[in-house]
Ligand binder design. Structure first.
Ligand SMILES: [Fe+2]
Length: 166
């Protein structure tokens, strides 16, 4: 992978590399479409929560990039963190941001809450995309007020579209 001069170029190169090396090729519930929605969720939330948008964006790309199946796939978060560490020299972040990225990827499946707002925002941005599999994001399992509000608005809106209320 070439080192791109701009941050956006570096991030795009990393995203492209991870798409090409994603173990589940073809459509995946946890693949690049999901990564893109998590990124959009996360960048929106970061404006409200004060989370670090670079860490949020990288979490979106790395957290599921080493999944090998569509089920629980134990350890996939830790493998995503390892992938981030293996590409450390390509990532436009400092050591503190890298620590956050690794912890966010590593813990995203097994831990619900975190005191660090960037990690909490990362996890919320992932959980807000649960409705792609018909699961309503549970506000009680979200870290940030912004995500709780978005979850209730989004779900009510989509539910009305699918099944109009009488
Ligand atoms: Fe995910």
């Amino acid at each position: 992978m070439e080192l791109e001069p701009s941050i956006d170029g570096q991030l795009a190169a990393v995203e492209s590399y991870l798409r090409a090396h994603f173990p589940i090729q073809g459509y995946s519930l946890h693949g690049p479409g999901h990564w893109e929605r998590v990124k959009l969720n996360g960048l929106y939330l970061a404006q409200k929560t004060g989370a670090d948008p670079l860490v949020v964006r990288l979490f979106a790309t790395f957290h599921d990039c080493q999944r090998v199946n569509e089920s629980t796939d134990p350890g996939h978060g830790a493998r995503g963190a390892q992938m981030a560490l293996s590409l450390r020299s390509k990532l436009p972040i400092d050591d503190d941001q890298m620590d956050l990225l690794v912890e966010a990827c590593d813990g995203h499946t097994d831990i619900c809450f975190h005191d660090n707002v960037t990690i909490g925002t990362c996890w919320d941005s992932d959980r807000l995309d649960l409705d792609r599999v018909g699961i309503r994001p549970d506000p009680g399992r979200l870290n940030t007020e912004a995500a709780k509000l978005l979850a209730s608005y989004e779900w009510d809106f989509r539910r009305r579209l699918v099944k109009p209320q009488r």
